[in-house]
Design a binder for this molecule. Structure first.
Ligand SMILES: NC(=O)c1ccc[n+]([C@@H]2O[C@H](COP(=O)([O-])OP(=O)(O)OC[C@H]3O[C@@H](n4cnc5c(N)ncnc54)[C@H](O)[C@@H]3O)[C@@H](O)[C@H]2O)c1
Ligand SMILES: [Zn+2]
Length: 668
């Protein structure tokens, strides 16, 4: 019995750790917050019943985040805690009772919105922003000062009568408007849209290029002042002061003297939240008096003086009218449920994503079923269940389509991903358009002014069918298009002309060989400097290139086996598009590594492999791909394996760690 319990506890911990990693480090959760909290609750109950299985690393005890290797790690002077959750008023009443038990006097609460973003701690010294750190695991976080400086509503300099040294804590979030803007742009660039504003905000903060962070348009709200000397007696006063120093504090915060007032605030925002320009996932309640806060103290994970009240995802019932199937630009099929329009979380919902066949099977969806629709963390509502009592006898099971709705080709199913796709990539309309949109995108041929709508129009008018057709377009053909002015037509033509200077590696990425992304394209060009070389390469030869496996190699060989692709390449070549590696434009920084060969192995943490190889070249060295007597230096990261052993066996190879490599480069 107790063995089973222990197993159950360990399984839950493992599962929750994985969800924490998905949520905090990868910014792509796979379950809803509510489901996550229910699992955590289950674990907490079990741990309370069986204290013999206590573990200080349990997700019930530790804050779920972590630190990355990309940013410097900073210890928090004051620990950053999580918040306890409650989902109903009974929970809140219990909380108040516990407080009254410790504090035998009247208690006031500050009710605030619970902004759904990522928390941050910012150090101010003498009125200036000095350092900004993520929550991380609560004890230490990532130092992301440069990124936080780009957020326009965070003051770099304070005004008024501020203390000399203190921390301000708050939340970095993304407004719905900026989130939509980012996704619209991603769509134009042929990238997958981001899932929700919270994960996008958190992911943005961890980007390495602050310029890119600035473009995301993040916002802040600051809700807690922390320091050794506190210039006030209550949280409410501190909020007023913080505002006077120039911080953006919550405009909706309210001082409540009774729990009834708190409930009123919660009920109001449960409805009104849908009209806010940003997302909130609940309300945060804090005991107002700082003296009382100190009396109450902390549990292992959260303050006893604060409580989050989380809103439940709204759920409604409506009728399924039909299922339709969308073909994406990569050929992937997405089934979509068309619903009888219904009001949900402030918007009219008419459609819900069904993701794939497995989900339809799991729901056991029938024609005209009455379904429950929920809006969770994701923007697109989803069907979470079926009211089978309302199902009629004659209602038939939903049967997944066998052929592409756009071109009629028989669909192929990728088993391990449960996804169907249309294999007719050369002639299926959305795929043809998708390929051309990809070709002009910023990281490929970067043809400005040629947006996806124009490409769709040109395709409809039968003026273009593959990327080579761009190069024979004339201004006269463009002008009759909708909303096309003389100037924009001219810009498109010059943009196309300019794309002939784009280097081969970007062209290679742009022509859209399946599985050939930006990085793979770069590697290929290094090893196969002309398109002819690449066309003639065999699977075995391709597989010898680092990081290129059979899947990519086969896809490349298949691409060049197709005569239509060959024709397109020949045409691109005749128009003057770069299909060979140009003269190395790599600027030379020094020749300290001249005549020396390098190889990197293991997991690198100070730089990426690509950056390292570039450094070698810029300083006159050469990268080689295998351990042999010709190798001078092997640079090893974490978990270096067989290459390290082989190098040690050879005996003449100098082994460096990452820092030693940097020292070597900088020894000029
Ligand atoms: N779906 C998943 O896979 C998954 C995984 C891990 C965590 N989660 C979600 O995250 C939650 C746990 O995360 P957590 O520990 O960050 O706790 P939390 O998000 O429930 O609450 C703590 C955080 O609230 C934020 N906050 C927003 N407004 C605030 C305000 N006015 N005052 C104070 N704090 C405010 C702060 O960033 C603070 O760190 C869980 O409840 C779960 O819903 C989901
Ligand atoms: Zn098709």
């Amino acid at each position: 019995m107790s063995e089973n319990i222990q197993q159950k506890i360990e399984d839950l911990r493992k599962e929750l750790h994985q969800h924490n990693e998905n949520y905090y480090l990868l910014d792509t959760p796979t379950i809803s917050d509510y489901d996550f909290d229910m699992l955590l609750e289950e674990l907490r109950d079990l741990e309370a019943q069986y204290p013999e299985f206590y573990d200080e690393n349990s997700p019930t005890v530790r804050v779920g985040g972590g630190i990355t290797k990309v940013f410097p790690t900073v210890q928090h002077k004051f620990r950053m805690y999580s918040l306890d959750n409650s989902y109903d008023f009974d929970d809140l009443e219990d909380w108040e009772k516990r407080i009254i038990k410790t504090i035998d006097e009247p208690v006031e609460f500050v009710a605030e919105l619970k902004y759904d973003g990522a928390s941050i701690s910012i150090l101010y010294e003498n009125g200036k922003l000095v350092q900004a750190v993520t929550r991380g695991d609560g004890f230490q976080g990532d130092e992301i000062t440069a990124n936080v400086r780009t957020i326009s509503d965070i003051p770099l300099k304070l005004k008024g009568d501020f203390p000399e040294h203190f921390f301000m804590r708050g939340e970095i979030y993304l407004t719905r408007k900026n989130f939509d803007k980012i996704n619209k742009q991603r769509e134009e660039e042929g990238l997958d849209p981001f899932m929700n504003p919270r994960n996008t905000a958190s992911g943005s903060l961890k980007m390495q290029d602050s310029g890119e962070v600035r473009k995301r348009g993040l916002s802040s709200v600051l809700y807690q002042f922390i320091s050794e000397d506190i210039p006030a007696a209550s949280h409410w006063e501190l909020l007023q002061k913080a505002q006077s120093w120039g911080f953006k504090t919550s405009q909706q915060a309210k001082l409540c003297t009774t729990l009834d007032e708190v409930k009123e605030f919660i009920n109001f925002w449960d409805v009104e939240r849908h009209n806010l320009p940003f997302e909130i996932d609940g309300i945060v309640l804090k005991v107002n008096s700082l003296k009382q806060q100190r009396q109450l103290g902390y549990t292992a994970k959260s303050p006893r003086w604060a409580m989050a009240y989380k809103f439940k995802a709204e759920k409604v019932e409506t009728e399924l009218q039909s299922v339709s199937y969308q073909v994406g630009r990569t050929g992937a099929i997405t089934p979509v449920a068309n619903l009888k329009p219904v009001l949900l979380a402030g918007t009219i919902v008419k459609r819900a994503s069904l993701h794939n066949e497995d989900i339809i099977k799991k729901l056991d969806l029938h024609e005209n079923d009455f379904v429950y629709v929920e809006k969770g963390g994701e923007i697109i509502p989803k069907i979470v269940g079926v009211n089978t009592e309302k199902r009629t006898e004659e209602s038939k099971e939903i049967e997944y389509i066998k052929n592409c709705p756009e071109c009629g080709t028989e669909l192929v199913k990728i088993e391990d991903q449960a996804i169907h796709f249309c294999p007719n990539d050369l002639h299926c309309p959305p795929q043809v358009v998708g390929r051309m949109i990809h070709y002009v995108s910023r990281k490929a041929l970067n043809i400005d002014n040629l947006g996806s709508e124009t490409i769709e129009q040109l395709y409809r008018e039968r003026l273009i069918e593959n990327p080579a057709d761009f190069y024979v377009l004339t201004k006269e053909q463009l002008l009759p298009l909708e909303r096309m002015a003389e100037k924009s037509a001219q810009n498109i033509i010059s943009g196309i002309e300019k794309s002939k200077e784009i280097p081969f590696e970007k062209v290679l990425y742009g022509i859209g060989i399946k599985h050939v992304g930006e990085t793979v394209a770069k590697k290929l060009v290094k090893n196969f400097p002309t398109i002819e070389d690449l066309k003639n390469a065999t699977v075995e030869e391709l597989c010898q290139v680092e990081d290129i496996g059979t899947k990519i190699a086969v896809s490349i060989v298949e691409f060049f086996a197709n005569s239509e692709n060959i024709l397109m390449i020949e045409r691109l070549k005749s128009y003057g598009v770069q299909l060979e590696k140009g003269e190395s434009t790599n600027e030379v920084l020094s020749n300290v590594l001249e005549g020396k060969t390098f190889l990197f192995t293991g997991k690198l943490s100070l730089f990426t492999r690509e950056a390292a190889e570039e450094m070698v070249e810029k300083h006159g060295g050469k990268n080689i791909s295998a351990v042999s007597k010709n190798l001078n230096f092997l640079v090893v990261g974490e978990k270096a394996g067989s290459k390290l052993k082989k190098a040690q066996d050879i005996g003449t190879i100098e082994i460096l760690d990452e820092q030693q490599f940097l020292d070597l480069v900088e020894k000029q």
